[in-house]
Design a protein around this ligand. Sequence first.
Ligand code: NDP
Length: 372
Amino acid sequence: STMNGLRTAARLKTGAVANANAIPRRHISDISITRTGKASGRSSLGGHTVTVFGATGFLGRYIVNRLARQGCTVIVPFREEMAKRHLKVTGDLGRVIFMEYDLRNTPSLEESVRHSDTVYNLIGRNYPTKNFTLEDVHVEGVERIAEVVAKYDVDRFIHVSSHNADLNSPSEFFRTKAQGEKVARDIFPETTIVRPAPMFGFEDRLLHKLAGVTNFLTSNHMQERFNPVHAIDVGKALEKMIQDDSTAQQTYELYGPTNYSTAEIAELVDKEIIKRRRHINVPKKVLQPIAKILNQALWWPTTSADEIEREFIDQKIDPSAKTFADLGIEPAELASLTFHYLQGYRSASFNDLPPATEREKREEKKYLHVLD
Ligand code: NDP
């Protein structure tokens, strides 16, 4: 944005922009060279080689696209061909490199990090799978990655944990996340730890879960409270960390400005989609065993017993952790973005928006979620 500011200033100075009050438009160009002689853009040489584990998930694209478009070489370890395709176009040809890997295959991990100066670990799972328990993913996996990071003398390791990571939590997810943090710091003391609050965005499991019809069984009358955070803001924070060495060894808790209960968010969602979603409360004692059986029997993600446990845990903010303010980022407010993310759930009969002008139509950005 400083770069954009500079460019806008340059244009203003040369009189290229007639109206000084015009809102500066964002330009994402392949390469641009500022008056200081510094180059940026996806065709520039960014200087960093970065591995992003877990890039195929929801948060992954918001950091891969930021790195790739400033000219970093990004290594994306992947398991599934189809899950990684959208990341290819975020950078110039040859700058986003895919490596097939397995979390249990150490040589494949070594190959993924051996040329990198920075490694991000975004790997995480909400529920146990047939092949991986939560501990396998959040503790053993982190251990293997931290070990190769240390072995290949990588300069920076940025590990994404979770809000409420706590060794004594009643939730296995939060417990294993805390164990993972410890393992990472034991092996690589300079690890930067990032604990995001529940995230919202295009591919989230928060707004879309509440707007959909399949997730109507809840356990705590949706009374758990937390500060939802915009995935794009978390992406911005992850990008800042690579540019600022003082973030090494620090712990960041990234959360939005407002504290909500799930019920309050559900109300916002209902208003936005102009529908009433039913939420039936079932006691934890009844719901947990059912969730456990379904989670094991079905091969698609369903609510796990541990996710029900987490419905009873409010977000607790660690006052000793750093936040967005320390990174100079002002986090977005959920209520200001619900329309953006949920308008697709409205029935066509509520499509009562004023018609777009020709100009607006031309400027409309497709795939807004990749560019943010
Ligand atoms: P996603 O579930 O969307 O993505 C998870 C990533 O982890 C995917 O790339 C997935 O790979 C990878 N992964 C999971 N299990 C394994 C495994 N056994 N072996 C290899 N790779 C694996 O997560 P998000 O993007 O939403 O979250 C990113 C991180 O932030 C995670 O660590 C998560 O726990 C944490 N977090 C997320 C919150 C949220 O609200 N979303 C809140 C708090 C923390 P593949 O595509 O191959 O399955």
